[in-house]
Design a protein around this ligand. Structure first.
Ligand SMILES: CC(C)(COP(=O)(O)OP(=O)(O)OC[C@H]1O[C@@H](n2cnc3c(N)ncnc32)[C@H](O)[C@@H]1OP(=O)(O)O)[C@@H](O)C(=O)NCCC(=O)NCCS
Length: 161
């Protein structure tokens, strides 16, 4: 798991994972500075965790977990779920199990934290990664859930996360 010392490398992975159109909106240096500030705050909040993979001391992949706590419940000290986001492995290192290992680290962290569940909004090509790890499709969840447990989503902006 990342302890924050790799913030600049994580910024570079994030930069690499985005489109030319997005990168044309901001210089790399400005982005790295903004990312590093965000990441320091994120780690300090103890709500964000990043699993990282390195080859010869260079980061080649990352995956993030954001804990989302619920409004307090009487008799329950803390209840939260986790949002898995920004799964990224550099092109030359894909399909060798790194994504699976990163996800396993975050699942373990979620279990240690006592999270109720993990959620992900995967890109089409990444669906198999999550299904293999035990994530259920929306259809499977819906058939197993009471109607008042299903999640409903209202898109508010056109941009991708
Ligand atoms: C999605 C992503 C993070 C997966 O990372 P990865 O390191 O390639 O993941 P894995 O290697 O664990 O698994 C990918 C495939 O390799 C296969 N694989 C895993 N270990 C393997 C091994 N040792 N040898 C050969 N193949 C292997 C898996 O079966 C899997 O195949 P499948 O998806 O067709 O079932 C990566 O492809 C990526 O960065 N994609 C672009 C960004 C993206 O789409 N992110 C997802 C946002 S939710």
């Amino acid at each position: 798991m990342s302890n924050g010392s790799d913030a600049r490398e994580l910024a570079a992975l994030r930069w690499q994972s985005r489109t030319d159109e997005e990168r044309n909106q901001e210089s790399f240096d400005l982005f790295v500075a903004r990312f590093c500030q965000w990441y320091a705050d994120a780690l300090a909040s103890e709500c964000w965790f990043a699993a990282v993979a390195a080859v010869e001391e260079t980061l080649v992949g990352c995956m993030y977990l954001r804990c989302v706590d619920t409004v307090p419940v009487p008799g329950v000290t803390w209840r939260a779920w986790g949002y898995v986001t920004h799964a990224f492995v550099i092109e030359g290192r894909r399909n060798s199990g790194i994504g699976q290992q990163l996800l396993a680290l975050l699942i373990k962290r979620g279990q240690i934290l006592g999270l109720k569940e993990l959620q992900v909004w995967p890109s089409r090509s990444a669906v198999s990664l999550y299904v293999r790890a035990g994530f259920q499709s929306p259809e499977a969840q819906r058939s197993a859930m009471a109607p008042d447990e299903a999640s409903y989503v209202l898109p508010l902006a056109g941009s991708q996360l």
